[in-house]
Design a protein around this ligand. Structure first.
Ligand SMILES: Cc1cc2nc3c(=O)[nH]c(=O)nc-3n(C[C@H](O)[C@H](O)[C@H](O)COP(=O)(O)O)c2cc1C
Length: 261
Protein backbone atom coordinates (compact mmCIF):
# COMPACT_ATOMS: atom_id res chain seq x y z
CA UNK A 1 0.00 0.00 0.00
CA UNK A 2 1.62 3.26 -1.08
CA UNK A 3 1.49 6.31 1.14
CA UNK A 4 -0.20 9.52 0.01
CA UNK A 5 3.24 11.14 -0.22
CA UNK A 6 4.46 8.36 -2.55
CA UNK A 7 1.32 8.64 -4.69
CA UNK A 8 1.70 12.41 -5.07
CA UNK A 9 5.40 12.17 -5.88
CA UNK A 10 4.78 9.54 -8.55
CA UNK A 11 2.29 11.71 -10.44
CA UNK A 12 2.90 12.26 -14.14
CA UNK A 13 0.37 13.28 -16.77
CA UNK A 14 -0.21 10.39 -19.17
CA UNK A 15 -0.82 11.22 -22.83
CA UNK A 16 -0.69 7.76 -24.41
CA UNK A 17 -3.14 5.00 -23.45
CA UNK A 18 -3.83 1.30 -23.98
CA UNK A 19 -7.33 0.59 -25.33
CA UNK A 20 -8.22 -1.56 -22.27
CA UNK A 21 -11.59 -0.62 -20.78
CA UNK A 22 -11.88 0.40 -17.13
CA UNK A 23 -14.19 -1.74 -15.00
CA UNK A 24 -17.38 0.24 -14.24
CA UNK A 25 -17.14 -0.81 -10.57
CA UNK A 26 -13.68 0.73 -10.38
CA UNK A 27 -14.94 4.02 -11.82
CA UNK A 28 -17.82 4.06 -9.37
CA UNK A 29 -15.55 3.28 -6.40
CA UNK A 30 -13.16 6.09 -7.37
CA UNK A 31 -16.08 8.50 -7.80
CA UNK A 32 -17.57 7.53 -4.41
CA UNK A 33 -14.21 8.09 -2.65
CA UNK A 34 -13.63 11.34 -4.51
CA UNK A 35 -17.01 12.76 -3.55
CA UNK A 36 -16.67 11.58 0.07
CA UNK A 37 -13.25 13.21 0.38
CA UNK A 38 -13.98 16.49 -1.37
CA UNK A 39 -14.77 19.55 0.73
CA UNK A 40 -17.71 21.37 -0.77
CA UNK A 41 -18.84 24.94 -0.33
CA UNK A 42 -21.85 24.91 2.03
CA UNK A 43 -21.85 21.16 1.36
CA UNK A 44 -24.22 22.02 -1.49
CA UNK A 45 -22.28 19.69 -3.79
CA UNK A 46 -22.87 22.01 -6.72
CA UNK A 47 -21.02 19.79 -9.15
CA UNK A 48 -21.70 17.08 -11.72
CA UNK A 49 -19.40 14.45 -13.19
CA UNK A 50 -20.14 13.29 -16.75
CA UNK A 51 -18.50 10.06 -17.92
CA UNK A 52 -17.90 9.59 -21.65
CA UNK A 53 -17.01 6.11 -22.86
CA UNK A 54 -19.00 5.91 -26.08
CA UNK A 55 -16.61 5.94 -29.05
CA UNK A 56 -18.69 8.27 -31.20
CA UNK A 57 -19.23 10.78 -28.39
CA UNK A 58 -15.50 10.61 -27.59
CA UNK A 59 -14.78 11.37 -31.25
CA UNK A 60 -16.87 14.52 -30.96
CA UNK A 61 -15.14 15.44 -27.72
CA UNK A 62 -11.81 14.92 -29.48
CA UNK A 63 -12.76 17.57 -32.04
CA UNK A 64 -13.75 19.95 -29.22
CA UNK A 65 -10.50 19.28 -27.32
CA UNK A 66 -8.33 20.60 -30.18
CA UNK A 67 -7.85 17.08 -31.51
CA UNK A 68 -5.70 15.93 -28.64
CA UNK A 69 -5.10 12.28 -29.53
CA UNK A 70 -5.45 11.04 -25.94
CA UNK A 71 -9.19 11.83 -25.99
CA UNK A 72 -9.62 9.15 -28.64
CA UNK A 73 -7.15 6.72 -27.08
CA UNK A 74 -8.19 6.79 -23.43
CA UNK A 75 -11.24 4.62 -22.71
CA UNK A 76 -12.75 7.26 -20.42
CA UNK A 77 -13.18 11.03 -20.48
CA UNK A 78 -14.49 12.60 -17.28
CA UNK A 79 -15.98 16.08 -17.56
CA UNK A 80 -16.30 18.04 -14.32
CA UNK A 81 -19.12 20.58 -14.31
CA UNK A 82 -19.86 23.57 -12.13
CA UNK A 83 -23.51 22.76 -11.57
CA UNK A 84 -26.05 24.97 -9.84
CA UNK A 85 -28.95 23.57 -11.84
CA UNK A 86 -29.78 20.77 -9.38
CA UNK A 87 -29.45 23.10 -6.37
CA UNK A 88 -31.51 25.81 -8.11
CA UNK A 89 -34.26 23.32 -8.96
CA UNK A 90 -34.38 22.22 -5.33
CA UNK A 91 -34.46 25.83 -4.07
CA UNK A 92 -37.27 26.62 -6.49
CA UNK A 93 -39.27 23.55 -5.51
CA UNK A 94 -39.06 24.69 -1.87
CA UNK A 95 -39.97 28.29 -2.70
CA UNK A 96 -36.54 29.53 -1.55
CA UNK A 97 -34.66 32.46 -3.04
CA UNK A 98 -32.14 31.78 -5.82
CA UNK A 99 -28.86 33.32 -4.67
CA UNK A 100 -26.26 31.73 -6.83
CA UNK A 101 -26.74 33.06 -10.36
CA UNK A 102 -23.80 35.41 -10.20
CA UNK A 103 -20.05 35.46 -10.67
CA UNK A 104 -19.34 34.37 -7.11
CA UNK A 105 -21.83 31.52 -7.53
CA UNK A 106 -20.04 30.38 -10.68
CA UNK A 107 -16.70 30.41 -8.87
CA UNK A 108 -18.09 28.51 -5.89
CA UNK A 109 -19.37 25.73 -8.14
CA UNK A 110 -16.21 25.77 -10.26
CA UNK A 111 -14.01 25.36 -7.16
CA UNK A 112 -16.13 22.42 -5.99
CA UNK A 113 -15.64 20.85 -9.44
CA UNK A 114 -11.87 21.38 -9.41
CA UNK A 115 -11.50 19.94 -5.90
CA UNK A 116 -13.46 16.89 -7.03
CA UNK A 117 -11.39 16.58 -10.21
CA UNK A 118 -8.17 16.33 -8.24
CA UNK A 119 -9.67 13.73 -5.88
CA UNK A 120 -10.73 11.70 -8.92
CA UNK A 121 -7.26 12.06 -10.41
CA UNK A 122 -5.63 10.77 -7.23
CA UNK A 123 -8.18 7.96 -6.91
CA UNK A 124 -7.51 6.74 -10.44
CA UNK A 125 -3.76 7.04 -9.99
CA UNK A 126 -3.94 5.14 -6.69
CA UNK A 127 -5.58 2.28 -8.61
CA UNK A 128 -2.82 2.15 -11.22
CA UNK A 129 -4.50 4.23 -13.92
CA UNK A 130 -3.08 7.26 -15.69
CA UNK A 131 -4.78 10.62 -16.13
CA UNK A 132 -4.30 13.91 -17.92
CA UNK A 133 -6.23 17.13 -17.38
CA UNK A 134 -7.69 18.77 -20.48
CA UNK A 135 -7.26 22.53 -20.36
CA UNK A 136 -8.97 22.69 -23.73
CA UNK A 137 -12.24 22.34 -21.79
CA UNK A 138 -12.13 26.08 -21.09
CA UNK A 139 -11.86 26.85 -24.80
CA UNK A 140 -14.79 24.67 -25.82
CA UNK A 141 -17.23 25.08 -22.94
CA UNK A 142 -20.25 25.83 -25.11
CA UNK A 143 -19.66 22.90 -27.46
CA UNK A 144 -19.00 20.47 -24.61
CA UNK A 145 -22.10 21.70 -22.74
CA UNK A 146 -24.20 21.07 -25.86
CA UNK A 147 -22.69 17.65 -26.53
CA UNK A 148 -23.21 16.51 -22.94
CA UNK A 149 -26.67 18.08 -22.81
CA UNK A 150 -25.88 20.20 -19.76
CA UNK A 151 -28.81 22.28 -18.44
CA UNK A 152 -28.79 25.99 -17.54
CA UNK A 153 -26.32 27.06 -14.82
CA UNK A 154 -24.24 23.98 -15.52
CA UNK A 155 -20.92 24.33 -17.35
CA UNK A 156 -17.84 22.14 -17.83
CA UNK A 157 -14.78 23.57 -16.10
CA UNK A 158 -12.23 20.82 -16.58
CA UNK A 159 -11.89 17.28 -17.91
CA UNK A 160 -9.71 14.27 -17.27
CA UNK A 161 -8.80 11.56 -19.72
CA UNK A 162 -8.33 8.30 -17.85
CA UNK A 163 -6.93 4.91 -18.79
CA UNK A 164 -4.10 2.42 -18.53
CA UNK A 165 -0.81 4.07 -19.46
CA UNK A 166 0.95 3.10 -22.68
CA UNK A 167 3.95 5.27 -21.81
CA UNK A 168 6.26 5.85 -18.88
CA UNK A 169 7.16 9.54 -19.08
CA UNK A 170 9.78 11.07 -16.78
CA UNK A 171 8.64 12.98 -13.71
CA UNK A 172 8.31 16.71 -14.46
CA UNK A 173 9.85 19.11 -11.97
CA UNK A 174 8.13 22.11 -10.40
CA UNK A 175 9.42 25.57 -9.60
CA UNK A 176 11.36 25.41 -6.30
CA UNK A 177 9.09 25.15 -3.26
CA UNK A 178 10.76 28.24 -1.77
CA UNK A 179 9.35 30.26 -4.68
CA UNK A 180 5.78 29.14 -3.98
CA UNK A 181 5.80 28.99 -0.20
CA UNK A 182 5.58 32.25 1.75
CA UNK A 183 5.91 32.62 5.48
CA UNK A 184 3.28 34.96 6.94
CA UNK A 185 3.58 37.56 4.18
CA UNK A 186 4.40 37.53 0.50
CA UNK A 187 8.14 37.52 -0.20
CA UNK A 188 8.85 39.45 -3.42
CA UNK A 189 11.86 38.03 -5.26
CA UNK A 190 14.30 40.60 -6.65
CA UNK A 191 15.64 40.26 -10.21
CA UNK A 192 18.40 37.86 -9.15
CA UNK A 193 15.89 35.85 -7.10
CA UNK A 194 13.58 35.63 -10.11
CA UNK A 195 16.48 34.43 -12.29
CA UNK A 196 17.27 31.76 -9.70
CA UNK A 197 13.64 30.59 -9.56
CA UNK A 198 13.38 30.19 -13.34
CA UNK A 199 16.97 29.16 -14.27
CA UNK A 200 16.42 25.40 -14.33
CA UNK A 201 12.91 25.68 -15.79
CA UNK A 202 14.22 27.83 -18.65
CA UNK A 203 17.04 25.41 -19.42
CA UNK A 204 15.01 22.20 -19.19
CA UNK A 205 11.83 23.59 -20.78
CA UNK A 206 13.69 25.06 -23.73
CA UNK A 207 15.65 21.82 -24.26
CA UNK A 208 12.46 19.77 -24.08
CA UNK A 209 10.58 21.84 -26.65
CA UNK A 210 13.55 22.19 -28.98
CA UNK A 211 14.00 18.40 -28.95
CA UNK A 212 10.63 18.03 -30.75
CA UNK A 213 11.33 18.70 -34.47
CA UNK A 214 7.81 20.06 -35.16
CA UNK A 215 8.04 22.50 -32.23
CA UNK A 216 11.61 23.49 -33.05
CA UNK A 217 10.51 24.40 -36.58
CA UNK A 218 7.60 26.48 -35.22
CA UNK A 219 9.80 28.20 -32.63
CA UNK A 220 12.25 29.20 -35.35
CA UNK A 221 9.50 30.21 -37.77
CA UNK A 222 7.91 32.50 -35.15
CA UNK A 223 11.27 33.99 -34.09
CA UNK A 224 10.74 32.86 -30.48
CA UNK A 225 13.88 33.44 -28.43
CA UNK A 226 13.06 32.16 -24.94
CA UNK A 227 10.78 29.89 -22.95
CA UNK A 228 8.92 32.96 -21.66
CA UNK A 229 8.24 34.09 -25.23
CA UNK A 230 7.23 30.57 -26.19
CA UNK A 231 4.56 30.41 -23.47
CA UNK A 232 2.83 33.57 -24.70
CA UNK A 233 3.28 32.90 -28.40
CA UNK A 234 0.64 31.68 -30.80
CA UNK A 235 2.38 28.30 -30.74
CA UNK A 236 1.58 27.59 -27.05
CA UNK A 237 -1.05 29.83 -25.43
CA UNK A 238 -2.29 31.99 -28.28
CA UNK A 239 -3.05 35.48 -26.84
CA UNK A 240 -5.75 36.13 -29.46
CA UNK A 241 -7.47 32.87 -28.67
CA UNK A 242 -7.33 33.64 -24.94
CA UNK A 243 -8.90 37.06 -25.52
CA UNK A 244 -11.63 35.70 -27.79
CA UNK A 245 -12.41 32.75 -25.51
CA UNK A 246 -12.55 35.03 -22.46
CA UNK A 247 -15.18 37.16 -24.21
CA UNK A 248 -17.01 33.97 -25.14
CA UNK A 249 -16.93 32.85 -21.48
CA UNK A 250 -18.61 36.10 -20.42
CA UNK A 251 -21.34 35.54 -23.05
CA UNK A 252 -21.72 31.90 -22.06
CA UNK A 253 -22.13 32.74 -18.36
CA UNK A 254 -24.94 35.04 -19.42
CA UNK A 255 -26.53 32.57 -21.85
CA UNK A 256 -26.39 29.82 -19.25
CA UNK A 257 -28.07 32.10 -16.68
CA UNK A 258 -25.08 32.31 -14.36
CA UNK A 259 -25.07 36.07 -14.89
CA UNK A 260 -28.53 37.51 -15.12
CA UNK A 261 -27.89 41.21 -15.56
C1 LIG B 1 -6.05 22.50 -15.61
C2 LIG B 1 -5.02 21.74 -16.41
C3 LIG B 1 -5.17 21.64 -17.78
C4 LIG B 1 -4.27 20.89 -18.54
N1 LIG B 1 -4.48 20.74 -19.86
C5 LIG B 1 -3.68 19.95 -20.60
C6 LIG B 1 -3.97 19.72 -21.97
O1 LIG B 1 -4.94 20.24 -22.52
N2 LIG B 1 -3.12 18.92 -22.67
C7 LIG B 1 -2.03 18.33 -22.09
O2 LIG B 1 -1.31 17.61 -22.79
N3 LIG B 1 -1.75 18.51 -20.77
C8 LIG B 1 -2.55 19.30 -20.02
N4 LIG B 1 -2.31 19.48 -18.68
C9 LIG B 1 -1.20 18.77 -18.04
C10 LIG B 1 -0.03 19.71 -17.72
O3 LIG B 1 0.64 20.01 -18.92
C11 LIG B 1 0.88 18.98 -16.73
O4 LIG B 1 0.18 18.80 -15.52
C12 LIG B 1 2.16 19.78 -16.46
O5 LIG B 1 2.94 19.89 -17.61
C13 LIG B 1 3.01 19.09 -15.39
O6 LIG B 1 3.30 17.76 -15.79
P1 LIG B 1 2.89 16.51 -14.89
O7 LIG B 1 1.40 16.56 -14.68
O8 LIG B 1 3.32 15.29 -15.67
O9 LIG B 1 3.63 16.63 -13.59
C14 LIG B 1 -3.16 20.26 -17.91
C15 LIG B 1 -3.02 20.40 -16.51
C16 LIG B 1 -3.92 21.13 -15.78
C17 LIG B 1 -3.76 21.23 -14.28
Amino acid sequence: MQTLSELLNQHRSIRSYKPDAIAPELIEAVAADAVAGASSSGNLNSVSIVLTRDVERKRRLYALHAEQEMVLQAPLVVTLCADWWRTRSWLKARGARDNFNNLIGYHVAAFDAIILAQNLALGFEARGLGICYMGTTLHAMRGIAELLELPETCLPVTSLVVGYAAEDPPKRDRLPLTALLHDEVYRHPDAAGLDAIYAERERKGWERYMAVPRLRALIEEHGIRSLAEFYTSRVKYDPEQFRADSAELRRLLQDKQFLQD
